[in-house]
Design a binder for this molecule. Structure first.
Ligand SMILES: Cc1cc2nc3c(=O)[nH]c(=O)nc-3n(C[C@H](O)[C@H](O)[C@H](O)COP(=O)(O)OP(=O)(O)OC[C@H]3O[C@@H](n4cnc5c(N)ncnc54)[C@H](O)[C@@H]3O)c2cc1C
Length: 393
């Protein structure tokens, strides 16, 4: 079997690589590679470069302002930009919400939102989970009641990542409490500045503020905030979550981390030998590399199939997230004692000297934060349930 890319695709990969190396400011690339926080302004700067090149929103068709990549180009683009240290796409608007708009958004909603998602003028968060409604999302209780021309929203969302930076939210609300659980849910989109919205930070165990609790107290939004039809939100959420799960596989990012792991393990020595030359460690690195290749090929097959991601999205999420975690475990082993000192206040962003080698400061927090990838986007146990149901097991 010939696993090489066709000539035209290999040329495209070279073109993307050359573009990133020329246009991505080195200080942003260094931050990404050293796992430091990239600011909203830096992400927007990179997005503006992609917009100028016509490569913003790589998954979008031309008619909606995307580059119209085919499946293979799309995959290559994601992988190469990630390998080269470009900031990770903020998925909420571009990857998750936009495909729902393509499918069921009104002409006015498409015209209003899509150009602003493309430029990142609109920065979204996702209000799905609630206390007690995570895996069992269909039980969500946040209510929206129609009063005249307005929906009035009351309730609480949990784990609204990036809500503190977002200017818009798309969320699931219960619009028919008497219907079967899945049939009484709708999707609304509105500005975070709407009166009655309160965001309260949650600091995760890596010491950072990524996520929040968000409260809705008599929040009034116009009827036009409804996406698609009333009580069809569950169908749209499934479409959206398929795209979220595919993006969580993060193959390009894992390839970049694998390269850095090998470099680190070649620099660190144990008993006078580079760690990379120790067979047990090398075997673990090789196993991850092989599984990553297999994941990439599986992702290509899923993308090449076309249409909305199906059960393949669940498989990619499970495998991709597990590999991300295994890489962080190998990094911690390679760092030895330098992986341990961890004080969020001493982050390198604050101008502090690293303890041990340069990259060490980010490894502990990254290890801790990466525990979340098997939970968010739907926990891996739930993904496995879906796969087994689809296979009729
Ligand atoms: C850091 C972080 C960021 C997040 N960001 C967002 C966001 O931006 N927007 C958003 O809407 N949500 C977000 N989430 C929420 C995330 O999707 C949920 O945490 C996830 O779906 C799990 O739900 P839960 O936390 O309520 O856990 P639970 O559903 O209570 O599950 C607890 C445990 O039980 C297991 N379990 C539950 N049911 C079953 C079952 N039927 N079979 C087998 N095992 C089961 C689960 O796998 C898990 O291990 C985020 C979560 C975290 C931690």
């Amino acid at each position: 079997m010939d696993l090489r890319y066709p000539e035209r695709v290999a040329r495209f990969a070279d073109e993307v690589r050359a573009f990133v190396r020329k246009e991505l400011p080195p200080e942003i690339r260094d931050k990404v590679q050293r796992r430091q926080k990239v600011s909203v302004e830096e992400v927007k700067l990179w997005q503006s470069k992609l917009c100028s090149r016509g490569w913003a929103c790589p998954g979008w068709p031309k008619e909606h302002g995307g580059p119209g990549f085919d499946a293979l180009e799309r995959m290559i683009f994601d992988n190469v930009t990630n390998e080269e240290g470009a900031p990770t796409v903020v998925p909420f608007g571009e990857v998750m919400f936009a495909p729902v708009l393509f499918a069921v958004g009104s002409p006015e909603q498409k015209a209003h939102f899509l150009p602003k998602i493309r430029t990142l003028d609109y920065w979204f968060c996702q209000g799905f989970s609630e206390p007690g409604s995570g895996s069992d999302l269909a039980s969500l209780r946040t209510r929206a009641v129609l009063e005249g021309d307005e929906w009035v929203i009351n309730g609480q969302k949990m784990w609204t990542s990036g809500a503190h930076n977002a200017n818009y939210i798309f969320m699931l609300v219960r619009t028919d409490p008497d219907a079967k659980l899945q049939e009484g849910i709708s999707m609304l989109v509105f500005p975070m500045s709407t009166p009655g919205v309160t965001v309260r930070p949650i600091v995760t165990m890596d010491g950072e503020h990524h996520t929040n609790e968000t409260f809705f107290d008599n929040v009034r939004v116009p009827k036009t905030a409804m996406i698609g039809e009333v009580n069809k939100g569950w169908t749209y959420a499934k479409l959206l979550l398929g795209h979220e799960r595919t993006s969580i596989a993060r193959i390009g990012q894992s390839k970049r981390e694998l390269g850095r792991l090998k470099a680190l393990a070649s620099e660190q020595s144990t008993n006078g030998l580079p760690l990379m030359n120790h067979a047990p460690f090398r075997d673990r690195v090789a196993a991850v590399e092989i599984e990553l290749m297999a994941l990439e090929i599986t992702a290509m097959r899923a993308i090449a199939k076309g249409g909305s991601p199906g059960v393949e999205a669940n498989l990619l999420k499970v495998k991709g997230s597990e590999l991300q975690q295994r890489l962080t475990e190998l990094f911690m082993d390679a760092a030895g004692p330098y992986g341990l000192p961890f004080d969020p206040e001493r982050g390198l962003e604050n101008g502090n000297e690293p303890i041990g080698f340069d990259e060490a400061a980010s490894l502990g927090p990254n290890y801790l934060m990466t525990r979340v990838v098997t939970i968010y986007g739907g926990s891996n146990e739930i993904q496995r349930n879906i796969v087994s149901k689809t296979l009729g097991l």
